[in-house]
Design a protein around this ligand. Structure first.
Ligand code: IVH
Length: 671
């Protein structure tokens, strides 16, 4: 590769990885597999090694730990939350055993083998036995305070029970565990999301992470997480001789503790346990991605010690990824609530570690093009313990002659109306006149988390539409018992229940109402931001895009969608009719964070020491600033750190104020 080519590729890769980081960390919605992501990072690292001077100053390879959302308070952990070295091969596990035995100078070691939960690692802090604080792992030293969300998890003890011999009821106790979404709950959640034309989660771990990092604890509560404990990070008044004893105590304290564990005499038993566990993997009810192997004796653990980020006394013995090869027999297009067309690959059914896979989402045209998936292609599909498998890659060598690139249809496959392309998406232009859209719209409106009209699910919505009883949202409030009596399966009791549920939904919380309207890009989080900011529905009618964008957490795309929604005459008519029917969202208390950087346009240049560049940018945005990448007359403030180059010079030339990182943090109140 020439220098020029390398430079171009380094730019491309850096950009692409950064986009994936945002999807993964900020939205918990990755669009590529971990393996595909790793390949991109490796390619970039390789190029940067060959051409060190071409490395971009903000290259994603230079990031330590992960970016963190700023919506939550940061919390230092009671003790560092270490990670584990990952091993894939039996030989590597045997080498680990040799290192351990050499380190201890013993012949044989007992290992405690446990499932490796594939969820979100959390720290749970108890003071005198009372749950006071919970945090995500973050970078291992500092995490995000998600106390209120964790409190909603039923299997988290709010007070440590004192049945057992070890005292957790005095002083400080910090427990480490994993928040998980049970696979049944995960499947149900994804079904709901798909029904609402929203992007489903790629796997249960992302869904759990999304739930724990919700701004609204009631949403976390509705997602029904489970929590398993596996480590006592700190305890003022309890000591343990062995790993098994520690787990027994965690159980006594009232935690959910996995019982599919095994005390192994020597490494052969560990290997056997790992094999057995892999066979049972699909019957556990939640996702695991391997076994964790720990030295049983705590005294020996101490002697072996820790490296910078992981202990020498434990490793993760992972399962091979769940991937299989199959063929794409067709690509069909589905239409969702927002009119979004989603291409779905129909596959020759294939067994991917115990589950038959026959469909895989292709997301949108850009994704199809990027992976270049065509009908007839042989593809590698992956199931990340989830219901919606993805196409990882096309095996080009197997492409049949004459296979044509896939193109989205020009007309809606459901109603035949024209299709418009907006960014990455193709949208049916028929609005609520498209049956697919109206059905999805009504179902979303009635769903839990929205208007919560119990008894108005997909089937009933379809019946109402078929009978011509409902043509828009407001028609729901015109329904009479006589109307319902004409529907199949409706008897006196069910009619009364549905009428009551509809009546009850007339005083929704403002954020739920906004969410229920099904405005593009307005999920529960954005709806909450809008409700907090405006307090009532009416001010939103007049809100301009610029005004909307001043709200922390709302970007140009969302602002445009909100503005478009409220300026549509048709939508305003529906809102009027809803009001006439007696639907009145409750006013919310206005809350507005301080915006110390409102009106400023900020450029960052040079290194930062106390946070990463994306974190700093998000903080600045949250404080009301706009971020620019280069110096221009519009820029009002430059934050410069060590190694700042030409931008600093340009800024000085234009007389733009320059401050350092400390001064920046002080200005946004984090000094
Ligand atoms: S023990 C010092 N045990 O796997 C050892 N970790 O990088 C601390 N994990 O994020 C970890 N199941 O949260 C341990 N049974 C288990 C586990 C487990 C899942 C997670 C852990 C960490 C990751 C390893």
């Amino acid at each position: 590769m020439t220098r020029g080519e390398a430079q171009k590729r380094i730019r491309e890769l850096s950009l692409e990885i950064r986009e994936h980081d945002v999807r993964y960390y900020a939205h918990d919605r990755p669009s590529i597999s971990d393996a595909a992501y790793d390949r991109l990072v490796h390619e970039l690292k390789d190029l940067e090694e060959q051409f060190p001077d071409l490395r971009l100053p903000d290259s994603p390879t230079q990031r330590v730990g992960s970016a963190m959302r700023t919506a939550f308070q940061k919390r230092a952990h009671a003790a560092p939350m270490l990670s584990l070295e990952s091993l894939m091969e039996v030989d590597e596990v045997r080498e680990f055993d040799e290192r351990v035995r050499r380190g201890l100078g013993v012949e044989r070691v007992q290992y405690h083998a446990e499932p490796k939960f594939d969820g979100l690692s959390v720290e749970l802090v108890y003071e005198d036995g009372l749950f006071v604080r919970g945090a995500t792992r973050g970078n291992g030293e500092v995490g995000e305070d998600v106390t209120e969300n964790l409190r909603t998890i039923r299997s988290l003890p709010l007070r440590l029970s004192s049945d057992g011999p070890a005292e957790g009821g005095r002083g400080l106790t910090a427990v480490r565990g994993e928040a998980l979404m049970p696979l049944a709950e995960f499947a149900a959640l994804n079904r709901r999301l798909i029904e609402r034309s929203e992007e489903p989660f790629a796997n249960a771990r992302n869904a759990a992470a999304g739930a724990v990092r919700q701004l609204d604890p009631t949403i976390t509560a509705s997602r029904k997480l489970d929590l398993y404990a596996y480590d006592v990070m700190h305890a003022d008044h309890a000591t343990f001789e062995t790993q098994s004893a520690m787990l027994a105590t965690l159980r006594d304290w009232g935690f959910h503790v996995e019982s599919n564990v095994r005390l192994c005499d020597g490494i052969d038993e560990v290997v056997e346990y790992h094999e057995r566990l892999a066979e049972r993997r699909d019957s556990l009810g939640y996702e695991i991605d391997g076994a964790v192997v720990k030295v049983e004796q705590r005294g020996w653990q101490k002697r072996l010690g820790v490296r910078s980020h992981s202990p020498r006394w434990a490793v993760a013995f992972k399962f091979p990824p769940r991937q299989e090869v199959t063929r794409v027999v067709d690509i069909v297009v589905q239409v969702g609530r927002t009119g979004k067309l989603t291409p779905v690959a129909q596959l020759e059914p294939v067994d991917v570690s115990g589950v038959t896979v026959s469909r895989a989402t292709l997301h949108n045209q850009d994704e199809v093009e990027r992976k270049d998936v065509r009908i007839g292609d042989t593809v590698r599909v992956r199931r990340a313990g989830d219901v919606i498998p993805e196409v990882v890659e096309v095996l080009r060598a197997h492409r049949p002659r004459g296979a044509e690139p896939f193109a989205m249809p020009r007309s809606c496959p459901v109603c035949g109306a024209r299709v418009n392309r907006v960014g990455a998406y193709h949208l049916c232009t028929n609005g609520l006149a498209c049956p697919a859209q109206l059905a999805g719209h009504l179902e979303h409106f009635a769903s839990r988390g929205a208007m919560d009209i119990v008894g108005l699910g997909g089937k009933t919505v379809q019946q109402l539409l078929n009978a011509g009883l409902v043509k828009d949202l407001a028609d729901l409030y015109k329904l009479t018992p006589i109307d319902l009596a004409s529907l199949e399966g409706f008897a006196e009791k069910s009619i009364e229940n549905l009428m009551n549920a509809i009546e009850k939904s007339k005083r929704p919380r403002l954020d739920r109402f906004l969410f229920a309207l099904g405005i593009e890009h307005v999920g529960d989080t954005v709806a909450r931001l809008l409700a907090d900011h405006y307090g009532a529905l009416e001010p939103l009618f007049e809100a301009s895009e610029a005004e909307l964008q001043e709200i922390r957490g709302i970007g140009p795309e969302v602002a445009e969608a909100v503005r478009n929604f409220f300026s549509s005459a048709r939508n305003r008519r529906v809102l009027d009719r809803l009001t006439q029917a007696g639907v009145r969202p409750m006013h919310a208390a206005r809350r507005r964070g301080p915006q110390p950087l409102a009106g400023e346009t900020v450029v960052f240049t040079g290194g930062l020491e106390r946070c990463t560049r994306p974190e700093a940018a998000r903080k600045a945005e949250a404080a009301g600033a706009r971020i620019a990448s280069g110096i221009s007359r519009k820029v009002t403030l430059v934050v410069a750190g060590p190694g700042a180059g030409s931008k600093l010079g340009e800024a000085k030339k234009l007389g733009i104020p320059v401050i350092d990182e400390d001064a920046f943090l002080a200005r946004i109140g984090e000094g």
